[in-house]
Design a protein around this ligand. Structure first.
Ligand code: 13P
Ligand code: ZN
Length: 281
Protein backbone atom coordinates (compact mmCIF):
# COMPACT_ATOMS: atom_id res chain seq x y z
CA UNK A 1 0.00 0.00 0.00
CA UNK A 2 1.32 3.48 -0.83
CA UNK A 3 2.14 5.75 2.13
CA UNK A 4 -0.56 8.24 3.01
CA UNK A 5 -0.74 10.80 5.79
CA UNK A 6 -3.55 12.99 7.06
CA UNK A 7 -3.97 15.32 10.07
CA UNK A 8 -6.87 13.15 11.33
CA UNK A 9 -5.59 9.69 12.34
CA UNK A 10 -8.95 8.04 11.53
CA UNK A 11 -8.79 9.40 7.96
CA UNK A 12 -5.20 8.17 7.79
CA UNK A 13 -6.49 4.66 8.52
CA UNK A 14 -9.77 4.59 6.64
CA UNK A 15 -8.70 6.18 3.33
CA UNK A 16 -6.07 3.53 2.42
CA UNK A 17 -8.54 0.90 3.64
CA UNK A 18 -11.19 2.20 1.17
CA UNK A 19 -8.62 2.31 -1.59
CA UNK A 20 -7.64 -1.31 -0.84
CA UNK A 21 -11.32 -2.34 -1.06
CA UNK A 22 -11.40 -0.77 -4.54
CA UNK A 23 -8.20 -2.66 -5.48
CA UNK A 24 -9.86 -5.91 -4.36
CA UNK A 25 -12.64 -5.26 -6.89
CA UNK A 26 -15.25 -4.86 -4.18
CA UNK A 27 -16.10 -1.17 -4.63
CA UNK A 28 -16.39 -0.06 -8.24
CA UNK A 29 -17.23 3.61 -8.92
CA UNK A 30 -19.37 4.79 -5.96
CA UNK A 31 -20.39 1.21 -5.13
CA UNK A 32 -20.42 0.46 -1.41
CA UNK A 33 -19.98 2.59 1.67
CA UNK A 34 -18.20 2.70 5.04
CA UNK A 35 -19.19 4.12 8.40
CA UNK A 36 -16.96 3.97 11.49
CA UNK A 37 -18.04 4.98 14.99
CA UNK A 38 -15.19 7.01 16.46
CA UNK A 39 -14.07 7.48 20.07
CA UNK A 40 -15.66 10.80 21.13
CA UNK A 41 -12.79 12.33 23.11
CA UNK A 42 -10.18 11.56 20.48
CA UNK A 43 -12.21 12.93 17.59
CA UNK A 44 -13.19 16.09 19.48
CA UNK A 45 -9.60 16.74 20.51
CA UNK A 46 -8.13 16.24 17.01
CA UNK A 47 -10.78 18.43 15.39
CA UNK A 48 -10.25 21.21 17.97
CA UNK A 49 -6.48 21.08 17.43
CA UNK A 50 -6.34 20.66 13.64
CA UNK A 51 -9.57 22.32 12.43
CA UNK A 52 -10.42 24.94 15.10
CA UNK A 53 -12.30 27.15 12.61
CA UNK A 54 -14.58 24.49 11.10
CA UNK A 55 -18.14 25.04 12.38
CA UNK A 56 -20.68 22.16 12.46
CA UNK A 57 -23.33 22.24 9.73
CA UNK A 58 -27.01 22.80 10.53
CA UNK A 59 -28.66 19.59 11.83
CA UNK A 60 -30.08 17.34 9.08
CA UNK A 61 -33.03 15.09 10.04
CA UNK A 62 -32.48 11.33 9.92
CA UNK A 63 -35.20 9.13 8.37
CA UNK A 64 -35.11 6.84 11.43
CA UNK A 65 -34.22 8.13 14.92
CA UNK A 66 -31.40 6.24 16.68
CA UNK A 67 -31.50 7.45 20.31
CA UNK A 68 -28.75 5.05 21.44
CA UNK A 69 -26.33 6.71 19.03
CA UNK A 70 -26.98 10.27 20.28
CA UNK A 71 -23.68 12.14 20.65
CA UNK A 72 -21.67 9.57 18.66
CA UNK A 73 -19.29 10.60 15.87
CA UNK A 74 -18.99 8.64 12.61
CA UNK A 75 -16.60 8.94 9.74
CA UNK A 76 -18.65 8.00 6.70
CA UNK A 77 -18.26 7.88 2.92
CA UNK A 78 -20.24 10.43 0.95
CA UNK A 79 -22.99 9.41 -1.44
CA UNK A 80 -21.73 9.16 -5.00
CA UNK A 81 -18.07 9.19 -3.91
CA UNK A 82 -15.59 6.78 -5.48
CA UNK A 83 -13.53 4.51 -3.20
CA UNK A 84 -10.80 4.76 -5.85
CA UNK A 85 -10.44 8.45 -4.94
CA UNK A 86 -10.19 7.87 -1.19
CA UNK A 87 -6.50 8.70 -0.74
CA UNK A 88 -6.43 11.36 -3.46
CA UNK A 89 -9.43 13.39 -2.21
CA UNK A 90 -10.06 12.19 1.36
CA UNK A 91 -11.69 15.48 2.44
CA UNK A 92 -14.26 15.05 -0.30
CA UNK A 93 -14.83 11.29 -0.15
CA UNK A 94 -15.28 11.24 3.64
CA UNK A 95 -17.07 13.34 6.22
CA UNK A 96 -17.24 13.18 10.00
CA UNK A 97 -20.75 13.60 11.38
CA UNK A 98 -22.10 13.86 14.90
CA UNK A 99 -25.51 12.39 15.80
CA UNK A 100 -27.50 15.05 17.66
CA UNK A 101 -30.97 15.96 18.96
CA UNK A 102 -31.59 12.65 20.77
CA UNK A 103 -30.54 10.67 17.69
CA UNK A 104 -32.96 12.35 15.27
CA UNK A 105 -30.43 14.36 13.23
CA UNK A 106 -26.77 14.65 12.25
CA UNK A 107 -24.36 17.53 11.82
CA UNK A 108 -21.32 17.41 9.56
CA UNK A 109 -18.30 18.50 11.60
CA UNK A 110 -15.57 17.84 9.02
CA UNK A 111 -15.15 16.84 5.34
CA UNK A 112 -17.60 16.42 2.44
CA UNK A 113 -15.71 19.35 0.96
CA UNK A 114 -17.64 19.41 -2.30
CA UNK A 115 -20.91 19.96 -0.49
CA UNK A 116 -21.47 16.22 -0.13
CA UNK A 117 -23.52 14.26 2.37
CA UNK A 118 -23.42 10.76 3.90
CA UNK A 119 -24.07 7.65 1.81
CA UNK A 120 -27.62 6.95 0.69
CA UNK A 121 -27.38 3.83 2.91
CA UNK A 122 -26.71 5.91 6.04
CA UNK A 123 -30.06 4.98 7.66
CA UNK A 124 -29.19 1.29 7.39
CA UNK A 125 -25.64 1.87 8.63
CA UNK A 126 -26.94 3.71 11.71
CA UNK A 127 -29.61 1.08 12.37
CA UNK A 128 -26.92 -1.60 12.06
CA UNK A 129 -24.57 0.28 14.39
CA UNK A 130 -27.30 0.70 16.99
CA UNK A 131 -27.96 -3.07 17.07
CA UNK A 132 -24.36 -4.22 16.86
CA UNK A 133 -23.17 -1.68 19.47
CA UNK A 134 -25.69 -3.22 21.89
CA UNK A 135 -25.16 -6.88 20.93
CA UNK A 136 -21.35 -6.65 20.90
CA UNK A 137 -21.33 -4.52 24.09
CA UNK A 138 -19.60 -1.67 22.25
CA UNK A 139 -16.85 -3.75 20.61
CA UNK A 140 -18.01 -3.43 16.99
CA UNK A 141 -17.60 0.02 15.46
CA UNK A 142 -17.26 -0.20 11.69
CA UNK A 143 -19.67 -1.26 8.93
CA UNK A 144 -18.48 -2.00 5.40
CA UNK A 145 -20.92 -2.41 2.54
CA UNK A 146 -19.34 -3.63 -0.69
CA UNK A 147 -20.21 -5.32 -3.96
CA UNK A 148 -17.97 -8.39 -3.58
CA UNK A 149 -18.50 -10.17 -6.92
CA UNK A 150 -18.15 -13.85 -5.97
CA UNK A 151 -20.45 -13.38 -3.00
CA UNK A 152 -23.08 -11.61 -5.11
CA UNK A 153 -22.83 -14.35 -7.76
CA UNK A 154 -23.95 -16.93 -5.18
CA UNK A 155 -27.24 -15.07 -4.69
CA UNK A 156 -28.04 -15.99 -8.32
CA UNK A 157 -26.95 -19.61 -7.99
CA UNK A 158 -28.25 -20.67 -4.58
CA UNK A 159 -31.56 -20.50 -2.71
CA UNK A 160 -31.88 -17.23 -0.74
CA UNK A 161 -31.54 -19.07 2.56
CA UNK A 162 -29.25 -18.11 5.46
CA UNK A 163 -28.56 -21.65 6.67
CA UNK A 164 -27.87 -23.07 3.22
CA UNK A 165 -25.51 -20.22 2.30
CA UNK A 166 -23.72 -20.31 5.65
CA UNK A 167 -23.13 -24.08 5.57
CA UNK A 168 -21.91 -23.93 1.96
CA UNK A 169 -19.33 -21.28 2.96
CA UNK A 170 -18.30 -22.97 6.23
CA UNK A 171 -17.65 -26.18 4.30
CA UNK A 172 -15.11 -24.55 2.01
CA UNK A 173 -12.22 -23.99 4.49
CA UNK A 174 -11.70 -24.88 8.17
CA UNK A 175 -11.08 -21.17 8.97
CA UNK A 176 -14.55 -20.10 7.87
CA UNK A 177 -16.56 -21.30 10.86
CA UNK A 178 -13.93 -19.81 13.18
CA UNK A 179 -13.96 -16.41 11.47
CA UNK A 180 -17.75 -16.15 11.01
CA UNK A 181 -19.43 -18.57 13.44
CA UNK A 182 -22.43 -16.22 13.40
CA UNK A 183 -22.91 -17.12 9.71
CA UNK A 184 -24.24 -15.00 6.88
CA UNK A 185 -27.85 -13.80 7.08
CA UNK A 186 -29.80 -13.36 3.87
CA UNK A 187 -32.01 -10.33 3.24
CA UNK A 188 -34.20 -10.78 0.13
CA UNK A 189 -33.82 -8.43 -2.86
CA UNK A 190 -35.04 -4.98 -1.79
CA UNK A 191 -34.69 -1.38 -2.84
CA UNK A 192 -31.34 -0.01 -1.55
CA UNK A 193 -31.31 3.02 0.73
CA UNK A 194 -34.84 2.53 2.09
CA UNK A 195 -36.03 2.20 5.67
CA UNK A 196 -37.53 -1.19 4.64
CA UNK A 197 -34.08 -2.65 3.89
CA UNK A 198 -32.81 -1.05 7.12
CA UNK A 199 -35.58 -2.82 9.11
CA UNK A 200 -34.97 -6.18 7.39
CA UNK A 201 -31.19 -5.90 7.92
CA UNK A 202 -31.47 -4.93 11.56
CA UNK A 203 -33.66 -7.94 12.30
CA UNK A 204 -30.91 -10.21 10.96
CA UNK A 205 -28.12 -8.25 12.65
CA UNK A 206 -29.57 -9.12 16.04
CA UNK A 207 -28.09 -12.58 15.31
CA UNK A 208 -24.93 -11.86 13.35
CA UNK A 209 -22.43 -9.42 11.91
CA UNK A 210 -22.80 -10.29 8.24
CA UNK A 211 -25.74 -9.68 5.91
CA UNK A 212 -26.20 -10.70 2.29
CA UNK A 213 -28.20 -8.10 0.42
CA UNK A 214 -29.35 -10.51 -2.28
CA UNK A 215 -28.19 -9.61 -5.82
CA UNK A 216 -26.49 -6.53 -4.36
CA UNK A 217 -23.66 -7.11 -1.89
CA UNK A 218 -22.40 -7.68 1.59
CA UNK A 219 -22.99 -5.57 4.72
CA UNK A 220 -20.66 -6.43 7.60
CA UNK A 221 -19.88 -5.08 11.06
CA UNK A 222 -16.62 -5.41 13.02
CA UNK A 223 -14.28 -3.68 15.44
CA UNK A 224 -11.91 -1.86 13.08
CA UNK A 225 -10.94 -1.63 9.39
CA UNK A 226 -8.51 -4.56 9.62
CA UNK A 227 -11.05 -6.91 11.18
CA UNK A 228 -13.91 -6.08 8.84
CA UNK A 229 -11.52 -6.51 5.91
CA UNK A 230 -10.50 -9.98 7.15
CA UNK A 231 -14.13 -10.97 7.61
CA UNK A 232 -15.20 -9.90 4.11
CA UNK A 233 -12.03 -11.26 2.50
CA UNK A 234 -12.62 -14.72 4.01
CA UNK A 235 -16.29 -14.79 2.97
CA UNK A 236 -15.42 -13.64 -0.54
CA UNK A 237 -12.73 -16.32 -0.86
CA UNK A 238 -15.08 -19.08 0.31
CA UNK A 239 -17.72 -17.74 -2.10
CA UNK A 240 -15.23 -17.92 -4.98
CA UNK A 241 -14.45 -21.54 -4.13
CA UNK A 242 -18.11 -22.43 -3.89
CA UNK A 243 -18.90 -20.74 -7.20
CA UNK A 244 -16.04 -22.58 -8.89
CA UNK A 245 -17.27 -25.89 -7.49
CA UNK A 246 -20.81 -25.16 -8.69
CA UNK A 247 -19.52 -24.33 -12.16
CA UNK A 248 -17.69 -27.68 -12.28
CA UNK A 249 -20.90 -29.59 -11.66
CA UNK A 250 -21.00 -29.54 -7.85
CA UNK A 251 -18.97 -31.03 -5.02
CA UNK A 252 -18.07 -34.70 -4.76
CA UNK A 253 -17.38 -34.47 -1.00
CA UNK A 254 -17.25 -31.85 1.70
CA UNK A 255 -16.10 -30.94 5.24
CA UNK A 256 -18.63 -32.76 7.43
CA UNK A 257 -20.80 -31.18 10.13
CA UNK A 258 -18.95 -33.37 12.66
CA UNK A 259 -15.62 -31.83 11.67
CA UNK A 260 -17.18 -28.34 11.78
CA UNK A 261 -18.33 -29.10 15.35
CA UNK A 262 -14.84 -30.30 16.29
CA UNK A 263 -13.37 -27.10 14.85
CA UNK A 264 -15.66 -24.91 16.95
CA UNK A 265 -14.73 -26.86 20.10
CA UNK A 266 -11.01 -26.71 19.34
CA UNK A 267 -11.01 -22.97 18.53
CA UNK A 268 -13.72 -21.99 21.02
CA UNK A 269 -11.72 -19.13 22.55
CA UNK A 270 -11.46 -17.39 19.16
CA UNK A 271 -15.18 -17.46 18.31
CA UNK A 272 -17.38 -14.35 18.66
CA UNK A 273 -20.36 -16.63 19.44
CA UNK A 274 -21.56 -20.23 19.31
CA UNK A 275 -22.53 -21.27 15.77
CA UNK A 276 -26.27 -21.96 15.62
CA UNK A 277 -26.85 -23.18 12.03
CA UNK A 278 -25.00 -26.42 12.84
CA UNK A 279 -27.66 -27.70 15.22
CA UNK A 280 -30.85 -26.06 14.01
CA UNK A 281 -33.01 -28.13 11.66
P1 13P B 1 -23.79 5.61 -2.14
O1 13P B 1 -22.97 6.22 -3.26
O2 13P B 1 -24.98 6.48 -1.80
O3 13P B 1 -22.95 5.27 -0.95
O4 13P B 1 -24.44 4.26 -2.69
C1 13P B 1 -23.62 3.21 -3.13
C2 13P B 1 -24.24 1.88 -2.93
O5 13P B 1 -23.54 0.89 -2.98
C3 13P B 1 -25.68 1.77 -2.67
O6 13P B 1 -26.01 0.49 -2.22
ZN1 ZN C 1 -24.50 -1.07 -2.77
Amino acid sequence: MTSFSHPIPFVEQVAPFARLCWEMGWNEANGGNISWRLPTEEVESVLARRYPNVAPSEPVKLPQPQPTLDGEYFIVTGTGQYFRHATEYPDQVFGIVKIVDEGTAYQTVWGFNNGGRPTSEFATHLAGHAVRKRVSKGRERIILHCHAPEFIALSFLMPLDSKELTLALWQKMPECIVIFPDGVRVVPPMLPGTTDIADASVKEMEQGRVISWSHHGIFASEENPDKVFGLVETIEKASAMHRKILSCGGQKQSISNELLKELTDYFERLLVCKPDFLDSK
